[in-house]
Design a protein around this ligand. Structure first.
Ligand code: SF4
Ligand code: SF4
Length: 268
C-alpha cells in the first residue's frame, strides 16, 4: 500500500527487527489510507465481501478497479480510492478503518512489504518469501518505541493466515519473470479474474455449466467448493494453472469432448 520510492531495498528475514506502532493518538493517523495502490488477493475479496454482506460481483464492481499487469498480462483487482481530489480509501473515516478486522493483506503488512522469489535448490526449484521496509515520510509509526520482529508482526496482524491461503495464487505471479511465457488471451484473462476474485460467479460457472461433465473432480472436492470460499480459492488456483498450461492440475473426463465448446477448451 505504498509508492515504490518508499521501498527500502534491503531484504529482511522473519528475524529482522524494527520499531513501529500505529495507534489512534498518532499525528499521522489515517494519513496512509489515501491515494495508494492496494493490490487485492482472493482471500481479501472473500473477507471484505462477507464483511459488507455483498456478492463478489457487487463488491468488485463497487470497490475495485481492474488493471492488467504489463509484464505477465494477468488481470488484478485493486481497491478503488474515492474519485475526488483527496483520493481516500472508501473505508477510512476519522476514527480509522471501518473494515479493520477484515482489511486487506497489504494493509496488514504495512509498513512491511512482502515478495517471493523462485530459487534453485538441491531438490529442484523452490519459492522463498522475503520482506522489506516501506518508509514513507508522513508515517510517524517508526518513531515509536515498540519493537517487533517481522515474524511477530505478521502474527500480530494475522497476515500469516492470509499468506497461507493466498500462497499458491501468489506463486502464479512468478510466471511474469519468465520471458518465454505467452500473453494470456482475453478469454483466459476473464477466466483468470473470475477464478481469482469473483468466486460467486466462479461457483455458478462450475455448478451451472458442463464444467463437472468436462473435468474429473472427486466428490469430496465438489462438496467442499459448493459452500466453502477458501476451498474454492484453492480450486481456482488449480483451474488457473490448467488454463495457463502451467501444470496438469485438473484432469479431463474420458467423454469430455461431448461437453466442450468447439471453439475453445472450456465447458459449454
Ligand atoms: S482498507 Fe482500511 S487500512 Fe486499508 S487503506 Fe482502507 S481504510 Fe486503510
Ligand atoms: S503510523 Fe503509519 S501506518 Fe499508522 S496511521 Fe500513521 S501513517 Fe498510517
Amino acid at each position: 500500500m505504498s509508492k515504490m520510492d518508499a521501498v527500502i531495498p534491503t531484504k529482511l528475514s522473519l528475524e529482522s527487527k524494527f520499531r513501529f506502532r500505529c495507534h489512534k493518538g498518532i499525528k499521522c493517523f489515517t494519513s496512509c489510507c489515501k491515494d495508494i495502490e492496494i493490490l487485492l488477493t482472493p482471500y481479501d475479496v472473500v473477507r471484505l465481501k462477507k464483511r459488507l454482506n455483498m456478492s463478489s460481483d457487487d463488491f468488485l464492481g463497487r470497490y475495485t478497479r481492474m488493471k492488467t499487469d504489463e509484464k505477465s498480462s494477468h488481470p488484478y483487482a485493486y481497491l478503488r480510492m474515492n474519485d475526488d481530489e483527496e483520493k481516500k480509501c472508501p473505508f477510512v473515516t476519522e476514527d480509522g478503518c471501518t473494515v479493520y478486522t477484515d482489511r486487506p493483506a497489504n494493509c496488514r503488512y504495512y509498513p512491511i512489504g512482502q515478495g517471493t522469489i523462485k530459487k534453485e535448490g538441491k531438490e529442484g526449484p523452490f519459492q522463498q518469501e522475503f520482506y522489506f521496509f516501506i518508509k514513507e515520510p508522513h508515517c510517524y509509526g517508526y518513531h515509536e518505541k515498540k519493537q517487533w520482529t517481522v515474524d511477530a508482526w505478521r502474527k500480530d496482524q494475522e497476515v500469516d493466515l492470509y499468506d497461507g491461503i493466498n500462497r499458491e495464487w501468489k506463486a502464479i505471479q512468478l510466471r511474469r519473470n519468465l520471458p518465454s511465457e505467452p500473453e494470456l488471451d482475453p478469454r483466459k484473462q476473464i477466466q483468470f479474474y473470475m477464478a481469482s476474485y469473483n468466486l460467486d460467479k466462479f461457483r455458478d460457472f462450475i455448478f451451472g455449466s458442463e464444467f463437472l461433465n468436462v473435468f474429473d473432480i472427486d466428490d469430496e472436492t465438489v462438496e467442499k467448493i459448493r459452500t466453502d470460499d477458501v476451498e474454492l480459492i484453492q480450486f481456482g488456483v488449480k483451474y488457473i494453472k490448467y488454463l495457463m498450461m502451467l501444470e496438469e492440475s485438473l484432469k479431463l473426463k474420458k467423454d469430455a469432448e461431448k461437453y466442450r465448446k468447439k471453439d475453445n477448451d472450456g465447458p459449454e
